[in-house]
Design a protein around this ligand. Sequence first.
Ligand code: NAD
Ligand code: DAU
Length: 340
Amino acid sequence: MTKIVVTGGAGFIGSNFVHHLYAKYPDYQITVVDKLTYAGNLRNLESVLRSGRVTFERLDICDPAIGDAFARAEMVIHFAAESHVDRSIEDAEAFVRTNVNGTWNVVEAARGHKVSRFLHVSTDEVYGSLGPQGRFTETMPLVPTSPYAATKAASDLLVQAAVRTHGFPAIITRCSNNYGPYQFPEKFIPLMIVQALAGRSLPVYGDGQQVRDWIHVSDHCRALDAVLHGGRVGEVYNIGGDAERANLDIVRTILKTLGRDESLIEHVTDRKAHDRRYAMDSAKLLAELGWRPQWNFEDGLADTICWYQANQAWLAETRSGDYRNYFERHYVHREKTFAL
Ligand code: NAD
Ligand code: DAU
């Protein structure tokens, strides 16, 4: 069995990636390391935790004792982070702690156990904001705007320093805005779906003309898989969805799909220093590893809306906060390492 450690595997992208790995690699033993902050939800992993091939360890990546979880691991994929821009504007402390100090702690733990591959999952936000033309390429300077993006840029630099200084076998990916199943409804697309489903107002920041490059989370997972297994150590790979859309257009599509009126749109105070446009050039990933996104955005969005409609129990538990008791209900009486 090949052991792979997935940090942040109870979050949105991490849990989708665990499902991807589980389905595709029957000989992988997957260890999920996650603190279960407000963004971590073990329900996301319920079906695979029953298999015995996926184990869960509730650990803070800042904990110096985290190393034990990496024993005999061949690969590590590092998702764990504070990920919401608005929260970082309110208070960046947890972002500095987890994204910067925590990442370094994970790097040191992985290095100590001589893992053969380390994939650091980063973001297009490290490049800052674009004007109306052009796309982000891997060689662009890092000019992050928000405290979140600044901590991700710092973590990228630390990982690169470990590669150069210690020959650490790391690769970095930078992806655009994800959407899809299990996304916590504080983020734009699930929030708008939830509000529209309930007939409540949809808060659009400023004029709503900010542009993001949207990618279905399953396309991101396929890209991460390709890089993890075939990428070159020390390299950075951009991952984008080839789907630039303005926020207001997305809101209108969601309302139309759910048969709701546009009068539900409410323009609210803009985010501070709101990045105007992101767009990714993923040509390197296509050229080296043959990856390209498979989802068309409108199909992916329709599929995602269906997922939220079909998973009302998950949504209700997430909104009520009850999902946070799941760990205690199912695991508290067991050992520190769990498999249902
Ligand atoms: P998320 O907020 O849904 O999940 C983060 C996970 O990390 C949660 O399970 C949380 O419990 C865990 N975590 C947080 N602090 C921790 C700590 N100190 N110790 C252990 N676990 C901790 O995030 P996401 O949207 O799934 O993003 C995952 C990664 O991908 C992040 O690194 C993020 O920067 C990056 N990323 C996200 C997007 C996006 O659109 N969501 C795009 C590009 C890159
Ligand atoms: O680009 C990748 C990044 O995408 C990731 O690194 C981050 O972890 C992820 O959170 C996301 O950051 P954004 O700030 O782009 O995503 P968010 O969903 O918060 O917002 C998307 C756009 O929608 C942005 O222009 C702000 C706007 N917005 C957001 C919310 C929550 C609104 O207009 N109203 C809202 O209520």
